[in-house]
Design a binder for this molecule. Structure first.
Ligand code: SF4
Length: 262
């Protein structure tokens, strides 16, 4: 079987169904502009806020062309790092759309969304999942530990601007841990300000140094959002999953991106 380097999965995803991952930037190393306390992938190898071209668009297309027949609900740009750091993200999304019929999702940490070119590229996707773990400048430093120059205000403005322009589906993903679970009122305020289509209530269930919240805590947070954010779909990582078995095309590359092997 062909050994894939940049695509992995499909993985069963609680928010995307059967999701085939495309890693547009990492090439086996974690490249990110955050260093989240709960990151499952581990230490950041390249900590940068500059957009770079680490993988040619043609390399992604060549791998996709070798895919065996698979049932895929979404082709998802994610992986071991922040996908919007790939300066050719938009070019990649356009190229994938030419050869595949599945909808495209991007999971981003939202750090670069204030850049016009990043919003333009993200708008090519059908579903954008934007991280908003912080509710203040201090909590951004505490939870996401961003590269110098990335500010809470610019993240918020970037997501809000994107919401105003974007016609596709936008979700806010919020990672709840002990440090921020008391701040639900602030997240409700921010969610109603941004007006996403969906809120994804998450807690770190994968292997990392932070203990996840228990089901009761997450159920309460989800219910608070349901009561206060009318018209927004609310899902949580503890929601019932589809038990179907999804066979991966490349176990090693998939496990790396899920933090199960380094
Ligand atoms: S969780 Fe995502 S955004 Fe945070 S450090 Fe890890 S790869 Fe970067």
């Amino acid at each position: 079987m062909h050994k894939f380097k940049y695509i992995y999965g499909p993985v069963p995803s609680w928010r995307l169904g059967s999701s085939l991952g495309v890693d547009p930037v990492s090439k086996g190393r974690k490249i990110c502009n955050f260093d989240c306390v709960y990151c499952q992938i581990g230490k950041t190898d390249l900590f940068t806020k500059e957009r770079i071209k680490n993988i040619e668009t043609g390399e992604i297309v060549a791998e996709l062309a070798k895919l065996p027949p698979l049932k895929i609900d979404y082709i998802t740009f994610s992986g071991a790092g922040e996908p919007t750091l790939a300066v050719n993200l938009g070019e990649m999304i356009k190229a994938v759309k030419l050869i595949r019929k599945e909808p495209i999702a991007v999971i981003t940490n939202s750090s670069l969304m204030l850049l016009d070119e990043v919003r333009k590229e993200l708008a090519l996707a059908d579903f954008v999942i934007a991280k908003l773990d912080a509710y203040s400048p201090g909590s951004l430093q505490e939870i996401n530990r961003p590269a110098k120059g990335i500010e809470f205000g610019s993240i918020l403005d970037g997501i809000r601007k994107f919401r105003e322009e974007y016609k596709g589906k936008l979700a806010l993903q919020i990672m709840f841990i002990q440090n921020n679970k008391q701040e639900i009122d602030k997240y409700i305020y921010l969610a109603n300000y941004i007006k996403p289509d969906e809120i994804q209530v998450n807690t770190p269930l994968r292997n990392c140094n932070i203990r996840p919240l228990m089901k009761e805590d997450i159920r309460k947070i989800k219910n608070d959002f349901i009561c206060a954010c009318k018209g927004i779909n609310i899902v949580s990582v503890y929601d019932e999953k589809d038990p179907k078995v999804i066979k991966s095309i490349s176990d090693e590359e998939t496990l790396k991106r899920r933090g199960k092997i380094k």
